[in-house]
Write a protein that binds this ligand. Structure first.
Ligand SMILES: [Zn+2]
Length: 127
């Protein structure tokens, strides 16, 4: 979940909250009549920095490092963010930032690797 002031966006089964949040910002900018070349600047004005938080079912802070696909989008819009991983908060500007990894679903669908894909493959060949 991303939270900033009163605006928050939650995960959906298909896309992570990070990318949905950015999409929402672009949509709002367009609605306000911001021209394409002004959208990045508009987003920066409205979103100084994203705080990416995820919680486990029992309410503990969970690892929230953006996945590779979200990180690409965040980089594209040059957005600063803070996320939680390995029991610490990291910033997009940190030099020792851990590498983003694809989610298990992305591994399976986009990168065609990982346990989930292997499991799928077994099911597919069995049918
Ligand atoms: Zn993501």
């Amino acid at each position: 979940m991303i939270q900033k002031c009163a605006v928050s966006t939650c995960n959906s089964p298909s896309t992570c909250a990070e990318r949905r949040h950015i999409k929402k910002l672009i949509h709002t900018a367009r609605k306000k009549g911001v021209p394409n070349h002004g959208i990045i600047r508009w987003i920066h004005r409205h979103e100084g920095e994203l705080v990416i938080e995820r919680f486990t079912a029992d309410g503990k802070v969970a690892s929230s490092l953006p996945c590779v696909m979200c990180k690409n989008v965040l980089d594209k819009y040059k957005l600063k963010w803070t996320a939680y991983i390995d029991n610490r908060w990291v910033k997009s500007s940190d030099t020792d930032l851990p590498d983003s990894v694809p989610t298990s679903r992305q591994s399976a669908i986009v990168f065609k690797r990982g346990k989930r894909y292997e499991a799928d493959k077994i099911t597919r060949s069995a049918t």
